[in-house]
Design a protein around this ligand. Structure first.
Ligand SMILES: *[C@@H]1O[C@H](CO)[C@@H](O)[C@H](O)[C@H]1NC(C)=O
Ligand SMILES: *[C@@H]1O[C@H](CO)[C@@H](O)[C@H](O)[C@H]1NC(C)=O
Length: 282
């Protein structure tokens, strides 16, 4: 089941310069539940205390799940982070959540260095391969040779379970030729759930990101990414080549334009009413 289906995916942007992409707190995506708790209500205070316990746990461990009935929460830091960087990342994730999803009954946020999710459904320990965010870089120019796809696929294949000592919740690093690849599962997944999730993420990348120099696929409980050496960060130019992202931006723009048009029409209508009203009075 798509356990994140009740989420309204809010914002997603990796259009960041190299410096920001290197930072563990670079924003990838966030989603909020459509239901929210009244500020100051017992449910909302319960979520607050769950989130602050998660923040405390993040200085001691790269993964933790906590329950404060009826709320569940977890975070997963990227496997190569120092404990203090993990704690910083989780704190940034919490501040993103409080600004993007104030008082939401559930939310998820992915930063470059950590993932954090909470909600009142028991999602902890369950697999979730629904695609939450996907992005491809620019189409590669010439000079990569005829076996570009083969090399990328070899890099992605190195993320599969059992390769390179890949472990369940561990950070998986693969590579072949000029292509680097990484994957990370949430620590609540068993080794086989993690393998399945990474395989699903890799399949998304292979299907969507053909000759692209980079690709990211974020699923409910894992992600996989690849990039050609020197193309680790997306830039604005890469964004223009990315159709999915352009579609999303287009949709958002359409909604915003629709809203503006709606408000403009309403104002015109009200102005018209007032005018006709005042003509009546005249
Ligand atoms: C979670 O909370 C929302 C809002 O209070 C409620 O509508 C929903 O039924 C709850 N879900 C579960 C699984 O308890
Ligand atoms: C959740 O946390 C508890 C307590 O730390 C731990 O025993 C359990 O294995 C965790 N469950 C999952 C699915 O990670």
């Amino acid at each position: 089941m798509n356990t994140l289906s009740f989420f309204l995916l809010l914002v997603a942007s990796i259009a960041s310069p190299a410096a920001a992409a290197d930072s563990t707190s670079a924003f990838i995506y966030a989603g909020c539940s459509q239901t929210s708790y009244a500020p100051g209500s017992p449910s909302q205070l319960n979520v607050d205390s769950l989130l602050s316990s998660l923040a405390s746990a993040s200085s001691a461990s790269p993964y933790s799940n906590l329950t404060s009935a009826p709320a569940f929460g977890l975070f997963q830091c990227r496997g190569d982070l120092q404990a203090s960087d993990c704690a910083d990342c989780v704190r940034s994730a919490l501040s993103r959540i409080s600004s993007l999803c104030p008082f939401a009954a559930g939310a998820a946020v992915q930063l470059a260095g950590c993932f954090l999710r909470y909600g009142n459904d028991s999602f902890v320990g369950k697999p979730d391969t629904s695609v939450l965010y996907k992005k491809c870089g620019a189409v590669a120019g010439g000079g990569y040779g005829p076996d570009q796809i083969g090399i990328r696929d070899a890099a992605l294949a190195a993320l599969a379970g059992g390769v390179n000592g890949a472990t369940a919740g561990g950070y998986r690093v693969g590579g072949a030729g000029y292509v680097q690849a990484v994957a990370q599962c949430v620590g609540d997944q068993s080794a086989s759930q993690c393998d399945d999730c990474v395989a699903a993420a890799v399949a998304q990348l292979r299907a969507a990101c053909g000759y692209a120099v980079a690709g990211d696929a974020y699923l409910g409980k894992c992600y996989a990414r690849f990039w050609y050496n020197g193309n680790g960060a997306y830039n604005d130019e890469a964004d223009h080549h990315h159709h999915h992202d352009d579609d999303e931006t287009g949709k958002t723009a359409a909604i915003v334009i629709g809203l503006i048009a709606g408000v403009a029409l309403l104002i015109m209508f009200l102005t018209f009413l007032r005018k006709s009203g005042s003509y009546g009075k005249d």
